[in-house]
Each structure stands twice: as C-alpha cells, then as structure tokens.
Design a protein around this ligand. Structure first.
Ligand SMILES: Cc1ncc(COP(=O)(O)O)c(C=O)c1O
Length: 434
C-alpha cells in the first residue's frame, strides 16, 4: 500500500499534484511520501508484534537526512555501512546508539568513529575484522560490542547481484565455521560478544527463504545465548516490494484481487511465519529492511524530450537517465512508468523508454505500452524510493537530481538539484598542464 494515486486525471503523492512539484523544481526529481514510509514502518512493527523487535532501517536504500530524521522520529535505529552513513545519521540530528555497523571492509577510522558515537553493535564479516575492531577499541580503552554475520547458505531466489546468503557470496562467515569465529572473538580483550546476524539477500518475494535461514541460524543463536549470553539476533532485511503493478498496489482492491496462492510477500505474512520461530529464543530481534521501508514511497518524475519514431521501433527519450536511476541498467529491473496527466482518449504507444546518455544500457524499459506522450509531458517511474538516488552518479556530467518530501498537502525540497559548479568544485588543472 502507498499514497500515489490519480485524483481526476492528475497523479498525486498524498494530496500533492506531482505536476505542480515538477513545475516548481524541474525534472528529473525524486518525490517521496512521508505517510507511506510511516505506514510501512508501523506495518512491519505490527507484523512482528509479540517480539522485542527493533527496526534498524538500512539507510543504503535512501539516505537523505530528512528521511533519516523521519525514521528516527518513528523510533528506528539504522543499519550503517560506512563512516559517511554514520555522519549522515548525526547530520540528521539522530543518534547511532540503536544502530548497527555492517560491511565487509570497515576501515580503522570508521571503526573509531562508530565507537566514539556509541554504536549499538558491529556486524563482523571475517576473522581479520575481529582483530581490527579489537585493536581500535584497545587504543580507545573501550570494549567494542560485536555480532558475527553468519552466512546460512540459503538461496534467496532473487537477482544474482542482490543474493548475499549463499556460500559463494563474499558476505559473512559460513555457519559451520561460525562457532570457531565466536571462540576467537571471546579471546579478544576489547570485544564484547553481543549478538548474531544474518542477511540472505534483497527483494525476496516469498517468505520461504527467510524461514529456512531462521531455522538454520536459530539453533545456533540459542547456543550462543547459552555460551556467551548474547542478547540479540539480527535477521537482516530483504523483504521485497511490488514493481510490476506498482501503482495499482496502492489500493486495497488490488491486494484483495490477488489469488491466495500468489499474494506478494507482506509484513503480515513475514511476521506470521517468523514470530513463532523467533519468540522461543527470548532474544531481541533486529530488522534491517531498507527497500521495504522506502521503495514504494518514492517516484522519479521525468519529462519527455522527444518521441523518436524509428524503423519498426519507437523511442521515448526522457530527461532522466541511468545516472539518476541505475537499477534497470544494473539489474534489468522493472519500473512501472505512468503519465502524470492520464488521458484515456489518447492512442496507445509502444516504445523503448530511454535516457539521453551515450550507452545502449541507458534504457528504462523495452517495448513498453503507455498512452502516447509528446515533448514536455511528464511521467513518473514508480517504486523508485529505494536504491534510486543513493545509487545515482554524475555520469555524462549530469548533476544529481532534486529530492522532495511530501507530507499530506505539504511538500518541501529536501535536496537541491546539483549545479555544474558543485559538480566540478573539487577538480583542478595541475600546474604542469598550465
Ligand atoms: C547486511 C544488510 N542488511 C540489510 C540490507 C537491506 O536490504 P533490503 O533493502 O533489501 O531490505 C542489506 C542490503 O544490501 C544488507 O547488506
């Protein structure tokens, strides 16, 4: 469920007309719905009722400081993966005491920053990292709280580039070696064993792999509780969202019409399967969902540059490109594309929807059917709230897009469009070329 819908013929985010936002701030612009994020957060909490559960929003999905502040206000901690992300939390006026620090290559400077700011726990990915965290904590004269990320070797049945819980992925320590890694951790004087963590992948559309992973790692978590007194089990993130019927899935009627055996994964199904398996452990449960929290909460609004009619193929050239939203080029991912002004009297158009970048991969959709659109008209890429802006780049010297947050009938710019001067501010011609 989300808060993007047509009111009359105009696409709205909550009660804001998206065409008005585009008029004010230009395109391409990401627009986010604060109400959708709050709904997602509370649905996840309700789904896991009965557990002592703490959502740690995986901010790699969308790390704008306004979004972080919104989640902090809702009670979230954060799943962090870099010193930059720690500093974003601080810049948002939130704190890192309920946050966890993951990632396969934490530097000494990042570990120090996390410890100085009272990180809840490090999620350790390897034996050498245990030694490094112990070393930094020793220099600071503190004990570093840690959990080891175990790799349960479960197939998440998702895209290869976002599968993380198989034994051939770079993440975590295989379950069969994890007991030895905990024994090693227990010998370090500046480490405090606090929990255990796993994360099997992203955009999972069925609950079965989550169940399999919890059933594999749960007994190990119980052993760790008995042996080291661990207090928490982080079960990672990964809950998938609807990309294909993104707009329709904002309405309850769409959910009601799905055949029972084909219903997409919801926080309710997720909770119903996992709560009975997790509750007997008597541990605090951390959740690291990113995509689920923000994915359906954002759209990328773009403008049509031209309709180029080719030999047997049409191309709708828009002013957004793979640098703004890289998911289709990187993961062959699908985003529903809808006009901001809906007009059922128009003819249908079948076209490739492409950006202006000099790469054949700069293509958002192939042979997509939508209403005929012409130069200057606006469209929206649905479900673009996660891994959209955070994965964007300046390729082709295109500045970063603007970002806007909507709340009811109000909206505000939360990130200005990057200017050319900002883009080249750190660059200079060296003396030997002058
Ligand atoms: C350790 C960890 N936790 C959480 C996440 C968030 O995943 P998602 O956005 O699919 O919920 C990721 C994503 O890569 C991750 O690596």
């Amino acid at each position: 469920m989300h808060h993007f819908h047509y009111s009359g013929s105009s696409l709205h985010c909550e009660s804001v007309d998206l065409a008005g936002v585009a008029k004010l701030y230009g395109t391409p612009t990401y627009v986010y719905s604060a109400a959708t994020m709050a709904d997602n957060y509370s649905r996840l909490q309700r789904g896991l009722a009965g557990l002592d559960a703490q959502p740690c929003y995986a901010m790699k999905a969308n790390s704008n400081i306004a979004i972080l502040r919104h989640f902090a206000n809702l009670g979230a901690g954060f799943d962090l993966v870099s010193g930059g992300e720690i500093r974003r939390v601080l810049a948002a006026g939130a704190h890192v005491k309920t946050s966890v620090f993951a990632g396969v290559g934490k530097t000494e400077a990042e570990i120090k920053l996390a410890l100085e700011n009272g990180i809840f726990s490090f999620h350790v990915e390897s034996e050498p990292e245990l030694a490094r965290i112990n070393h930094v904590a020793g220099k600071l004269g503190v004990k570093a709280p840690i959990a080891i990320r175990v790799n349960p070797d479960v197939d998440a049945h998702t895209h290869a580039k976002i599968t993380t819980g198989k034994s051939d992925n770079k993440f975590g320590i295989p379950l069969k070696h994890a007991a030895a890694a905990y024994e090693a951790a227990a010998k370090y004087p500046h480490l405090q064993i606090k929990g255990v963590q796993m994360h099997i992948g992203s955009q999972l559309t069925s609950v079965a792999p989550f169940v399999e992973a919890v059933e594999k790692v749960g007994p190990f978590a119980a052993e760790l509780k008995a042996k080291y007194g661990i207090t928490y089990f982080s079960i990672g993130g990964g809950m998938g969202i609807i990309y294909k019927d993104a707009l329709a899935s904002g309405q309850q009627a769409w959910w009601d019409a799905q055949p029972a055996d084909q219903r997409p994964l919801t926080p309710e199904t997720y909770g119903a399967a996992l709560v009975p398996r997790l509750k007997p452990l008597g541990l605090k449960i951390l959740l690291e969902h990113g995509r689920f929290m923000v994915g359906n909460s954002g759209v990328l609004v773009a403008r049509v540059e031209h309709l180029k009619r080719g030999a047997g193929k049409n191309f709708l050239v828009v002013d957004a490109a793979m640098n703004d939203l890289v998911r289709p080029a990187m993961y062959d991912s699908y985003h529903e594309i809808v006009p901001l002004h809906r007009d059922s009297s128009r003819r249908a158009l079948v076209a490739d929807i492409v950006g202006p970048i000099c790469e054949s991969g700069d293509c958002f959709a192939k042979d997509r059917q939508l209403q005929e659109l012409g130069e200057g008209e606006l469209l929206a890429f649905m479900s673009a709230g996660a891994y959209g802006y955070t994965m964007a780049s300046r390729y082709n010297t295109r500045g970063m897009a603007a970002e806007v947050l909507v709340n009811g009938g109000k909206f505000e710019l939360i990130n200005t469009r990057e200017t050319f001067e900002q883009m080249i501010a750190g660059e200079k011609v060296p003396a030997f070329l002058k």
